[in-house]
Design a protein around this ligand. Structure first.
Ligand code: ATP
Length: 373
């Protein structure tokens, strides 16, 4: 396919720490190879400093230059940040990703979970092959509002306050319903589930009320509600029944790790942090200090996150070739795993980061031939 545009899009690349750096290296190789096959606008990927390691060297976790580049770029590719031994003076972790969410208004944490043929199944039920849902996590308020605001009184009592606003709840719920509409257009089921704890907390009852108001504007999309504890059970017992879920920040934080566990590990869990003006694409996993520096990380979550970026850019810039390129990467990951030649170490196989990267790059031309022309 030939390049049909002269547009160049700036991509801010923040590899971060630990395996974030390793999976980002893999991602940039795959992106280049995929774009070589698909064409579309050029992506100018520029790497910037941020994270715990950089903080240890410089005393700054998120330099102004990096933040400025993130604000000015078309999209942000993010590895992972944080390190157990490198902390702020008050003992808190270096997690600039939370600052970026607030600075750039990245209110929707989009966590798609689906089973890939070729992966060992965690759940023995045959229907586990049908797992295909998206968790949408509100990311700018909820219990995380308490970050930096919590207080301990007289060494006896501690308080962290949850914030739920109409604006925050409306925009993330709207996002979830629009996502369900897109899934419906692709022939998937289209139900949005509000995950809350409305039976106990006023804040959560309010979240549900706003959800219902938004839902009434989407009559073609089914809606329902679940308490977060019941949802944890449903996720394990019959996750194949789930479609799109929207939930509060802390609940989403916990449920997204549970969701990744359903498909065997963090290395397959992609994610996107989306706002009205910016998009940041990162694997759902952290820096994995236990395996960092050993070439063992599964890069697939990072690759699938880059595929999400391409799809998002395609829509925003009206560049369909970018969407094709995103689909190509997703299909190449699928093919590499399904072909059975590589099993990531995370799943007990022998394939490290370099093997997985090579397998995906080798699968790109095969995946391209299989794409509808
Ligand atoms: P954070 O709090 O930053 O999200 P975490 O400490 O909860 O991070 P991770 O860094 O995501 O957790 O790691 C959790 C477990 O999953 C670790 O055992 C790690 O080795 C494993 N893991 C995470 N990502 C990958 C990956 N891409 N490939 C293989 N194993 C991974």
């Amino acid at each position: 396919m030939s390049r049909g545009t002269t547009q160049t899009l700036e991509i801010a690349v923040l590899p971060g720490d630990g395996i974030g750096r390793e999976v980002m290296g893999a991602c940039l190789q795959v992106l280049q190879a995929a774009q070589g096959l698909c064409g579309g606008p050029a992506l100018r990927c520029t790497t910037y400093n941020a994270g715990a390691q950089y903080y240890a060297e410089s005393g700054v976790a998120l330099p102004d230059e990096t933040l400025k580049a993130c604000k000015e770029s078309s999209a942000i590719l993010f590895g992972a940040m944080g390190w157990p031994d490198i902390r702020h003076a008050d003992g808190t972790e270096i997690i600039p990703q939370l600052d970026l969410r607030m600075e750039l208004g990245l209110y929707a944490g989009v966590r798609p979970i689906r089973w890939f043929p070729g992966l060992p199944r965690v759940l023995t039920d045959e229907r586990a092959k049908e797992i295909d849902f998206v968790l949408v996590r509100e990311q700018t308020e909820g219990l995380f509002y308490a970050r930096g605001r919590g207080r301990v009184e007289n060494d006896e009592e501690a308080y962290d306050t949850m914030q739920i606003t109409r604006t925050g709840s409306t925009r993330v719920t709207e996002f979830a319903f629009r996502l369900a509409e897109q899934r419906k257009a692709r022939g998937k089921s289209s139900r949005v589930t509000c995950v809350d704890k409305a039976n106990v907390f006023a804040s959560m009852a309010f979240f549900r009320k706003v959800f219902d108001e938004v839902a009434s504007r989407y009559p073609a999309i089914e809606k329902d509600h679940a308490y977060v504890d019941a949802m944890a059970l449903t996720m394990v017992k019959k996750p194949w029944t789930l479609d799109v879920m929207v939930t509060e920040n802390m609940f989403g934080d916990i449920l997204s790790d549970l969701a990744a566990g359903l498909i065997g590990g963090m290395g397959m869990a992609s994610s996107a942090d989306i706002g009205d003006n910016h998009g940041l694409f990162q694997p759902a996993h952290g820096t994995a200090p236990d395996i960092a520096g050993q070439g063992k990380a599964n890069p697939c979550a990072m690759l699938l996150s880059a595929a999400m970026m391409l799809e998002w850019l395609a829509f925003r810039h009206d560049e369909p070739q970018l969407a094709t390129c995103g689909t190509l990467i997703e299909k190449a990951v699928e093919h590499a795993l399904a072909a059975g030649g590589v099993v990531p170490m995370e799943y007990g196989g022998a394939a490290g980061t370099a093997d997985m990267t090579k397998a995906v790059i080798d699968a790109l031309p095969i995946a391209l031939r299989a794409l509808p022309q």
